[in-house]
Write a protein of this length. Structure first.
Length: 373
């Protein structure tokens, strides 16, 4: 390797990628297991500390590779125990990651892109615009740093028990870099999480939903947010490319890949927009007798938005209507809103470098009808 050649970052390489890497070096396949366990299970990033590797291999790894973590610029701790990090990417930009502690589990919400191009009307990330996809190292590095900084659980296990790709960006729009991360999260040689404890949240990129079911079938959450195409076209613009019928077909096909697999449908509650009992009835008709669960999300405001949160009573009545008709429906408890870490509030620091291909109107310019409340 020349003195000016860039080092290969081992962070973020999946098992099959590392196996090929070591095969190219004519090293034994078990080197993959050793490296993965040192990095992800023991949290070691200094090659010299990997003592079961030969000195010759360590010297070559130190010369030609690195384990480069994303830089945490700041950390904010909420009064409710939620933690938010701001991670540097490049050119002065940053992404956000959120840890939510709960009895019996700790959920880490990670980002997959610098910004987001999908422009969902109610989301602060979309309002920031889009710059680029994160690398696999930048994505998995968020999990690594969180586990290093947070105290271990009482049983000695890492703090992070669940990971959701529900932060900044659309994960399935960064498919090439997200899949290696998913494989690392569920590998017994790295984080070893159950497939049910790893969730990809998508606005509905149907071709990649179909592909993911075969490549790495983890839990799936779908940002539905409206029970008909006319309304969803306005608040989730990708619906114009993948309408609800095709989206739901992909959902049911995904669920069919594994027994007892349910799809979680996320539904943000927007006052006077999508929160009437008639909307609840429409939603029921879409999901009735299907492997579906509904997670109602109280809208979390951010600067410049035209939307307001549905009242607690409206949300309760909406949930009750779904339950009375036989759907599993829950309401997400708002966490971390005092540090702008609640669902839909993640904005980071993004320099928008592309115009939105699905429509370049800003949130304040949308022609969305909001009923008086």
């Amino acid at each position: 390797m020349s003195a000016t050649a860039a080092k290969t970052n081992l962070l973020g390489m999946s098992q099959d990628m590392l196996e090929q890497f070591f095969a190219d070096w004519q090293e034994k396949p078990f080197r993959t297991r050793q490296i993965m366990q040192w990095i992800y299970q023991r949290g070691v990033v200094d090659i010299d500390e990997m003592t079961d590797l030969s000195k010759k291999l360590r010297a070559r790894l130190a010369a030609e590779t690195e384990i480069r973590l994303p830089e945490a610029l700041s950390r904010f701790d909420s009064a409710d125990g939620t933690v938010k990090w701001l991670f540097a990417t490049d050119c002065g930009q940053a992404i956000e990651t959120v840890f939510i502690p709960e009895p019996g589990r700790g959920t880490l919400c990670i980002s997959s892109q610098v910004g987001c191009a999908l422009d969902c009307a109610f989301c602060a990330t979309g309002a920031q615009g889009f710059n680029r996809n994160l690398t696999s190292a930048e994505i998995i590095g968020q999990v690594f740093v969180a586990n290093q900084e947070l105290p271990r659980r009482d049983n000695g296990d890492p703090a992070v028990t669940n990971v959701v790709l529900m932060g900044m960006g659309e994960p399935l729009a960064n498919y090439r870099n997200v899949v290696p991360v998913l494989k690392l999260l569920i590998s017994d040689w790295s984080f070893g999480l159950s497939r049910r404890r790893v969730t990809v949240s998508t606005s509905g990129i149907v071709p990649h939903m179909n592909k993911l079911a075969d490549d790495c079938n983890v839990s799936l959450a779908v940002s539905l947010h409206a029970p008909n195409d006319a309304l969803r076209d306005q608040i989730v613009p990708i619906n114009k490319l993948h309408p609800i019928a095709s989206l739901l077909d992909a959902c049911w096909a995904y669920a069919a890949k594994h027994a007892n697999r349910f799809i979680t449908f996320e539904y943000v509650m927007l006052r006077g927009v999508n929160d009437s009992l008639a909307h609840a009835d429409e939603l029921y008709e879409l999901l009735n007798n299907k492997p579906a669960k509904v997670n109602l999300i109280p809208f979390n405001p951010f600067p410049g938005t035209v939307f307001k949160r549905s009242s607690a009573a409206t949300i309760r009545h909406f949930q009750d209507r779904l339950r009375q008709r036989g759907l599993v429906a829950t309401t997400r408890r708002t966490r971390g809103d005092d540090i702008d870490a609640a669902c839909g509030q993640l904005a980071g620091d993004v320099a928008n470098r592309v115009r939105n291909r699905l429509g370049d109107k800003k949130i304040g310019d949308r022609n969305i009808k909001v009923a008086s409340a």
